[in-house]
Design a protein around this ligand. Structure first.
Ligand code: HPA
Length: 247
């Protein structure tokens, strides 16, 4: 069985999914990090790969751009494929005192999208990340000496020509990154009772005219993917290590 948007057979997607926006990035990360890597979905070229990372079953799949696209995949992954953990790895524009190349872990995601309100009786949903995932990514970043900032982000529906005053408002509320998916990911995850988190590299500064060079983007993406993959295993590795100490 497949879904309207995912061709994978049920059972061929792992309980843990890494979700970059760009399907070709999903392919690149999967080929770099996964052993026994199999392409499991190709519909609309939203490529998905399942394999093993240090023995752990992982799927890496593109989400597309924007909340509606991301939410379709996340909903089907949760409902049909019984996925339990989804970590978005993406990019964002920076606001305030962040620098190009900074790594943000999105604790919360405000939004100008109506998507969560449509599911929440018109009220404002506090779209939040999963605490356990945040703790594990944070612990692994510390272990690997990778600087990681816990941040609030803003998920916009308008890449172009959005609210002209938005940057001032975001800065006023100490929101450090702007992207297009996390609020939808968190909203669906809360409803579907799965764990979700977004980890984002700052690729552009929206108040200064600064942009990340393509080779730095590539390095940042791979470092972010490795950090998240290692953090997903952190409790398993700790358990193995404390078991081997005891033995
Ligand atoms: N705006 C919206 N989404 C983004 C941006 C941005 O500046 N940068 C990366 N994703």
């Amino acid at each position: 069985m497949s879904t309207p948007h995912i061709t994978a057979e049920v059972g061929s997607i792992a309980p843990t999914v890494l979700l970059p926006g760009d399907p070709l990035r999903a392919q690149h990360i999967a080929k770099e990090f996964l052993s026994e890597c199999v392409e499991v979905s190709t519909r609309r070229n939203m490529l998905a790969y399942t394999g093993r990372y240090r023995g752990e079953h992982i799927t890496i799949m593109g989400s597309g751009m924007g909340i509606p696209s991301c939410a379709i995949y996340v909903t089907e992954l949760a409902r049909v494929y019984r996925v339990k953990r989804i970590v978005r790895i993406g990019t964002c524009g920076g606001i305030g005192d962040v620098e190009i190349g900074d790594l943000l872990m999105a604790q919360s995601a405000a939004t100008d999208s109506n998507f969560n309100r449509l599911h929440f009786g018109g009220h404002d949903l506090s779209a939040c990340a999963d605490f356990e995932l945040m703790r594990d990514v944070s612990a692994q970043a510390e272990r690997a000496s990778i600087a990681l900032r816990v941040a609030h982000v803003f998920s916009t529906d308008c890449f172009y020509d959005g609210d002209a005053d938005i940057l001032g408002l975001l800065a006023r509320h100490h929101i450090s990154g702007i992207e297009m998916e996390s609020a939808g990911l968190y909203g669906v995850a809360m409803r579907e009772s799965i764990q979700a988190l977004s980890v984002l590299t700052v690729t552009d500064h929206l108040e200064r005219d600064e942009h990340m060079a393509p080779d730095q983007r590539e390095r940042g993406l791979m470092q972010m993917a490795e950090l998240v993959l290692d953090s997903l295993l952190i409790r398993k590795i700790d358990a193995q290590e404390s078991g081997s100490t005891k033995a």
